[in-house]
Design a protein around this ligand. Structure first.
Ligand code: TYD
Ligand code: MG
Length: 481
């Protein structure tokens, strides 16, 4: 070694150069895309949120600007709460789409930031453009009542869709833009009544290095839009995609930031359910029901009637349950098919209801209600592509399976609901009377219900003319089918 470099390279040169290089090279950090946790080294699993493969390299040399301050501080003195006027309660803008306005609690409040989430392709952009057209028509009549910034589709595509769904209106201005700064410039110049962003995952601010859709960008862009909404008093709607596991892509954090979180859901069929997961200006109990048609999303004011229209009356395995989604009772048909096993083990397939819940009900049927179909194939489906998530449908699912297993059709004028416990007991449910009223309205004459609920009913009139059969166990319910 000494003979090669002797005389030409000063001792320690290599070490000094390497140290300089190290100091000048930007330091990389690894940030979790799910929760924002930072690590100096790459790890397969985030130690903070335990998600796998979410750590992405970012450059730490250029310290990202501090995210804009959030919150609504106005520098004022503390005021007795009784002397504070109801902020914007009177200043609601209705979209003219009754199913949407109900979920919003009457319309968009001035300065609110609303997030419209849902799976790709479920119809968020369609619902948005229809709502914006309604807002534009009800607006102050200027050239630009509503500003729609699209980062996903060209303005040509957006215009084509608007014409198709009858939402083309001169007061609705559209711009293809993904820079939040530019969008806010447009908004400042045009002063729209409503601003809409489709979608937040395509937006970016050049002040951050990370790519659009990353946690940092999504958070920062949403934060700027919130500042705009609050300071200009302009209701702002942002569209957000949902990841497979149900979170709004990247940030669950967005849900804390915004005032309203709406979620559009569909399970394959033509029907879509709009829910408010959070609403600072209204109830989260309301749902809106839509049907996707050739001309966009159509309101379904009487969903129970629609969902039951194609019911195969007199077929074993078909049962009508009175579900209550939020505060709105919904009559839905549940179908079950029990067939000889096609493989060594019985298969189960559930659409519209939780598969684990179906497995549990099969075990309860076998152990507590002498209806053992564990070695057979069982298919359960909720008609219309609706998803039901509440326990009151248990009794319906279990009875549909029992009905199919025995080849015994259930009386077409009977409706059922109740939660099934592990001992096979039937437990009381909420919104008892509302469920009965909806069933009576649709012409049902008999209801198999939890005995507890029936006992608590104050007077016979509250049964809405239905013959009530109170049951305490799953076995008793099956015997009454
Ligand atoms: P879209 O609103 O683009 O979904 P998202 O913005 O949530 O990704 O809706 C896309 C789907 O809706 C598409 O698969 C076609 C269907 N569709 C209709 O059936 N009818 C219509 O009038 C429109 C506009 C869309
Ligand atoms: Mg879209």
């Amino acid at each position: 070694m000494a003979s090669v470099g002797a005389g030409r390279v000063r001792p320690g040169w290599y070490e000094r150069e390497m140290a300089k290089l190290k100091a000048s090279r930007p330091r990389a950090i690894y940030r979790c895309q799910a929760c924002g946790h930072m690590e100096p080294k790459w790890l397969g699993r985030c130690p903070a949120c335990q998600e796998w493969s979410t750590l992405i390299e970012e450059l730490a040399s250029e310290e990202p600007p501090r995210p804009s301050a959030r919150g609504v501080s106005d520098g004022g003195a503390p005021t007795p709460i009784t002397e504070v006027g109801a902020a914007g309660a009177a200043d609601r803008r209705a979209t003219g789409i009754a199913e949407l306005d109900r979920v919003l609690g009457g319309g968009l409040v001035a300065g609110c930031l609303a997030l419209l989430g849902g799976d790709p392709g479920v119809g968020k952009s369609t619902l948005l453009i229809q709502a914006l057209a309604g807002l534009a028509r009800a607006g102050r009549g200027g050239a630009c009542a509503v500003l729609y910034a699209t980062g996903e589709e060209s303005i040509g595509q957006t215009a084509m869709r608007a014409r198709r769904v009858g939402a083309a209106d001169p007061r609705l201005a559209v711009v293809a833009e993904t820079s939040v700064e530019k969008i806010l410039e447009h908004a400042a110049a045009r002063r729209p009544d409503v601003l809409a962003i489709d979608s937040i995952q395509t937006m970016y601010t050049p002040q951050l290095d990370s790519i659009p859709g990353s946690l940092a960008q999504v958070r920062e862009c949403a934060s700027r839009l919130m500042q705009f909404a609050k300071t200009a008093g302009v209701p702002t709607i942002i569209v957000g995609h949902v990841t497979k596991d149900g979170g709004l892509a990247g940030p669950k954090t967005l849900e804390h930031l915004v005032d309203v979180v709406l979620q559009l859901e569909g399970d394959g069929g033509p029907y879509r359910i709009l829910r408010a997961h959070k609403n600072r200006f209204g109830s989260t109990q309301e749902i809106g029901v839509f049907e996707m048609r050739g001309g966009g999303l159509a309101e379904v004011p009487n969903p129970s009637a629609n969902l039951l229209a194609e019911r195969p009356v007199g077929a074993p395995g078909s049962i009508v349950v009175a579900s209550a989604d939020g505060a709105r009772p919904l009559l839905v048909e549940i179908q079950a098919l029990v067939a000889p096993a096609s493989a060594a083990m019985g298969r189960r397939t559930a659409a519209g209801v939780d598969g684990n819940r179906v497995s549990l009900l099969l075990a309860i049927l076998a152990q507590r209600a002498s209806c053992d179909v564990l070695d057979r194939d069982v298919f359960v489906n909720v008609a219309g592509g609706i998803r039901l998530g509440e326990p009151a449908i248990d009794l319906g699912v279990a009875c549909a399976i029992a009905s199919s297993a025995r080849g015994h059709a259930v009386d077409a004028a009977t409706v059922l609901f109740g939660e099934v416990g592990l001992a096979g007991e039937i437990r009381a449910v909420t919104l008892f009377e509302q469920r009965l009223a909806e069933a009576a309205r649709l012409g049902f004459r008999r209801a198999i219900v939890p005995a507890q609920n029936r006992a608590r009913l104050a007077s016979r009139d509250d049964a809405h003319g239905l013959a009530l059969v109170g049951v305490e166990s799953l076995g008793a319910a099956i015997a009454k089918l």
